[in-house]
Write a protein that binds this ligand. Structure first.
Ligand SMILES: Cc1cc2nc3c(=O)[nH]c(=O)nc-3n(C[C@H](O)[C@H](O)[C@H](O)COP(=O)(O)O)c2cc1C
Length: 215
């Protein structure tokens, strides 16, 4: 099983980095192959809104984007993965521009027939709920603000995955990010580890359920 982590903080050694490392270790402890992408280090250009990826080549699993950067390679690996962990700090009550730019460029995974204006695009390869995703959001506001600060971030990421028929396992919010005591950090790092383990467990058990119904 392959689990990919996408880290949306511009700080490669901040709290998000610690939490995604721990989550990926949790996934690895359950036997998963893992890889961490630091989105800030990837060459991912802004979507220019040409809609070519969505309207053309419907038979391809990933649409062709005219922009030549790292995204084609990332989406090729993305398509072969079984699960995902995304982390973002709250920036201005939303995900970072780094994460948002990545989410927009996932548009090539969708398609829309010409003339279907005004409809939500469909997944080129629907995951049929066999893949899963978990999210981690950090903010300086404390945990009691999970809904007001984390909510818009979780929603932005989750709705993008729902189009692909990938549902959510966990949403972890880590508040008080820049002023955490070592004990508080250790607690969140442990919660992230558990999130990674649970993601693999839920993917495995949902696939076992499907195969036992089929047999
Ligand atoms: C431009 C900017 C905007 C921010 N906006 C918010 C915010 O709206 N709510 C909040 O709780 N924290 C906000 N923060 C604090 C970040 O969420 C915090 O620094 C981050 O979670 C730390 O994670 P990192 O170490 O992985 O970068 C903001 C920080 C920056 C730099």
């Amino acid at each position: 099983m392959k689990i990919l982590g996408f880290m949306g903080s511009p700080r490669p050694k901040g709290l998000n980095a610690q939490l995604i490392d721990s989550a990926l270790k949790g996934a690895a402890s359950r036997g998963a192959e893992t890889r961490r992408y630091d989105l800030i280090k990837c060459n991912i250009n802004y979507c220019r809104g040409c809609f070519k990826c969505v309207h053309e080549n419907h038979e391809l699993p990933v649409g062709k984007c005219p922009l030549k950067d790292d995204m084609a390679r990332i989406l090729a690996e993305y398509s072969s993965a079984d699960g995902y962990i995304l982390t973002s700090p709250v920036y201005d009550v939303g995900v970072t521009a780094v994460m948002k730019t990545f989410l927009e460029r996932k548009f090539s995974l969708f398609y829309r027939q010409g003339g279907d204006h005004g409809k939500i695009p469909a997944a080129r390869v629907p995951a049929d709920f066999k893949k899963k995703v978990s999210f981690i959001v950090t903010g300086n506001c404390h945990d009691e603000y999970k809904e007001s600060m984390g909510g818009p971030c979780f929603e932005a990421m989750e709705s993008d995955f729902f189009i692909e028929q990938i549902d959510t396992v966990d949403k972890l919010f880590a508040g008080g990010a820049d002023n955490m005591s070592p004990e508080q950090t250790a607690e969140k790092v442990k919660e992230a580890f558990d999130l990674g383990m649970r993601l693999v467990d839920v993917i495995s058990s949902s696939r076992n359920d499907v195969s036992s119904i089929a047999s």
